[in-house]
Design a protein around this ligand. Sequence first.
Ligand code: 13P
Length: 239
Amino acid sequence: MKNNNKIIAANWKMNGSEELMKEFSQLTRAKRNDIIICPPFTFLDSAKTILPDFIKIGAQNCSEEEKGAFTGEISASMLQEKSVSHVLIGHSERRTLFNETDDIILKKVKTAIKSKLTPIVCIGETLSEKEANKTLQVLDSQINGSLAKIEPNEQVIVAYEPVWAIGTGLRPDENEIKETHLYIKTKLNQHFDTDIPILYGGSANSENCSQILSIDNVGGLLVGGASLKKHDFNAICNC
Ligand code: 13P
């Protein structure tokens, strides 16, 4: 049976436009799910003015530094001033393309929390790690390297995104998602005082959303490609 209060987060990555933002102003209120849209930085202002109030605004990254001579960077406190409530941290694209290590991710999580943002920390294994049966080992080390080092009373969200499922149309089967989410849940429960929501991400769409959301310990979805189409994203929001 489906649980209530799932979190549906959209990661637009380096996509989108003012036009798309205007289209998304027509999203209908989801009865149960909490909706977060993470557009590129330059659309944060228009997201706040154009999107319906029930949608929370997230950023896709923040600097690990608080301020100073870091050309091109944006701090968590600057995001907070833009009415951003959430920030994606450690997305696999940032880990691989921008060399973000668990140490950097931990610093980013800490600065986000200090600025009263809720970090959505992304973890997940690559295809070669999966093929070598190292999925749980990788998750373990990513959790130990960042999440397990923050205060147990902090509010965070975790997104499990198998790297090989991102943008490929491939997905773990139901049992695999069940197994990994249970593993992550058990590990987070050992550290955190409160229940940490665990989102699933990787080729989630309007056709598979209700099946994925019905799996034990799946607290919501982090959606890439399908979050760029109003009709599809609206269907996922109301899944
Ligand atoms: P897709 O939904 O396009 O597979 O992307 C997932 C993702 O990377 C969300 O952060």
